[in-house]
Design a protein around this ligand. Structure first.
Ligand code: SF4
Length: 444
């Protein structure tokens, strides 16, 4: 299992790579895979861009803004080639898949673009650095079973359980750039979780575009997490992202029954209007979503629910938008990631007529954010006086005498402490709260 393939081409002399990651947690995990792969191939990672022989951007295409940022970065960094002609710049990930070929043809400053899930070819690309710029398409069957990721965090680990997506939500570029859904074998996932725990990463997040549809042989997602939660080397198990159409009663039972599975679920709602959900091709309606929330809270009264919301989807009326605000008030999400709709070329929704004007999208987004801020503050303040268990991850940004970490239900907490606490579960009482942080006092 996870036997390392050492046959990757090695560089002729010591070469440094600098890697910059954009987008979701899946991209962060993919970057750990790339770092593992290049390290096994004789390259050295550097955090000093001046030292780099190769600059790699691991990119995101979910919103136009994410692509524009990378284009800006390429445009800045290509100036370095004036003083360092051998420097190579490349992109990998969703944007490389979507427009990598075009960027090479337009002479935009990149030397290579590697489509999604073709990272195994990176060493060959880098070994042929003097050849003309090149593009390689996606590898739709890749699940990287011969590469050990190099986890960058010292306390929390991310383990990818599946790749790709079959859902084709009408606004989403992911199935177009990441290919069809495929699940990794149970034994490989179990190995990765156990070995991450043995290396001190006690808080593990399982990753997939739609983890609820994980399936490998007779093992579905509830069976997978029930078995993983029995691994002794870890303390906490989380997962993202769940799709409401696939969240089963059995999963709720397993979550409620296992103390190691965190009492938090990220359940993207996207819109509170059933008419808009239909146009988004989400395959559930509001009644189904609210029934799930009811079941989750009945089984785990303390569960935190977070979500994703889109403002200004094509044809969204003021009444549709009000329905979203109304569901937000009903559910009382602990946190919501709010976005304005962003057209993505080649998705169905980009072709819809009745696009909502940008100004209206922005104003609805602001109303959504304002409402969520109020709700989050209320939810955090409701924690005051409660005892929580915090998994300590970092020094607090405000004081070197304080540490920060996450509660079981995914809230950031700050308390007195030092680096010696990293990777420990610490009991604390909440003494005050902002809309993003619980301020806590350590308990004996
Ligand atoms: S489930 Fe929908 S939103 Fe999520 S990645 Fe797949 S297509 Fe995109």
């Amino acid at each position: 299992m996870n036997n390392i393939d050492n046959t990757f081409p090695q560089p002729p002399k010591e070469r440094f790579f600098y890697l910059e990651t954009y987008g979701c947690q899946m991209n962060v995990a993919d970057s750990e895979l790339i770092i593992g792969l290049l390290s096994q191939s004789g390259y050295r990672k550097t955090d000093d861009i001046d030292q780099a022989d190769v600059i790699i951007f691991n990119t995101c295409s979910v919103r136009k803004h994410a692509e524009d940022r990378v284009l800006g970065r390429i445009s800045n960094e290509k100036q370095r080639k004036l003083n360092k002609p051998d420097l190579k710049i490349g992109i990998v990930g969703c944007m490389a898949q979507r427009i990598g070929k075009r960027l090479i043809e337009d002479n935009s400053g990149i030397d290579f673009a590697l489509g999604v899930d073709n990272y195994s070819q990176l060493p060959s690309f880098l070994a042929a650095l003097d050849e003309p710029a090149s593009f390689t398409d996606m590898n739709e069957s890749e699940i990287y079973e011969n590469i050990e990721p190099e986890h960058q965090g010292s306390t929390c680990g991310f383990v990818t359980i599946m790749r790709g997506c079959d859902n084709f939500c009408s606004y989403c570029i992911v199935p177009h750039v990441r290919g069809r859904e495929r699940s990794r074998p149970f034994e490989h996932i179990s190995h990765d979780v156990e070995s991450a725990g043995n290396r001190g990463l006690k808080d593990i997040t399982l990753l997939g575009q739609n983890v609820n549809s994980y399936h490998f042989q007779e093992i579905d997602f509830p069976i997978l997490i029930e078995r993983l939660a029995k691994i002794n080397s870890i303390e906490r198990l989380r997962f993202i992202t769940s799709h409401p159409k696939d969240l089963s009663d059995e999963l709720i039972r397993v979550m409620a029954d296992s103390p190691k599975i965190c009492k938090h679920i990220h359940l993207p709602l996207q819109s509170g209007s059933t008419a808009i959900l239909r146009k988004m091709n989400r395959k559930y309606d509001i009644d189904h979503y609210l029934t799930l929330i009811h079941k989750l809270k009945a089984a785990m009264p303390e569960i935190a629910v977070t979500t994703d919301l889109i403002a200004g989807f094509p044809s969204e009326t003021e009444a549709d938008f009000e329905e979203t605000l109304s569901v937000m008030r009903d559910v009382q999400f602990d946190y919501a990631f709010c976005f304005k709709y962003s057209e993505r070329e080649s998705t169905a929704a980009a072709e819809y007529t009745l696009q909502v004007p940008q100004a209206e999208r922005l104003s609805r987004l602001q109303r959504m954010i304002d409402l969520q801020r109020e709700i989050t503050l209320k939810k955090f303040q409701a924690q005051i006086g409660k005892e929580v268990v915090v998994y300590i991850e970092n020094l607090s940004r405000k004081s070197s005498q304080q540490v920060s970490g996450k509660t079981d239900d995914f809230k950031i907490a700050v308390l007195d402490g030092s680096e010696k606490d990293f990777g420990k579960l610490v009991k604390a009482r909440v003494i005050s709260a902002t809309s993003g942080t619980l301020i806590c006092q350590r308990q004996a």
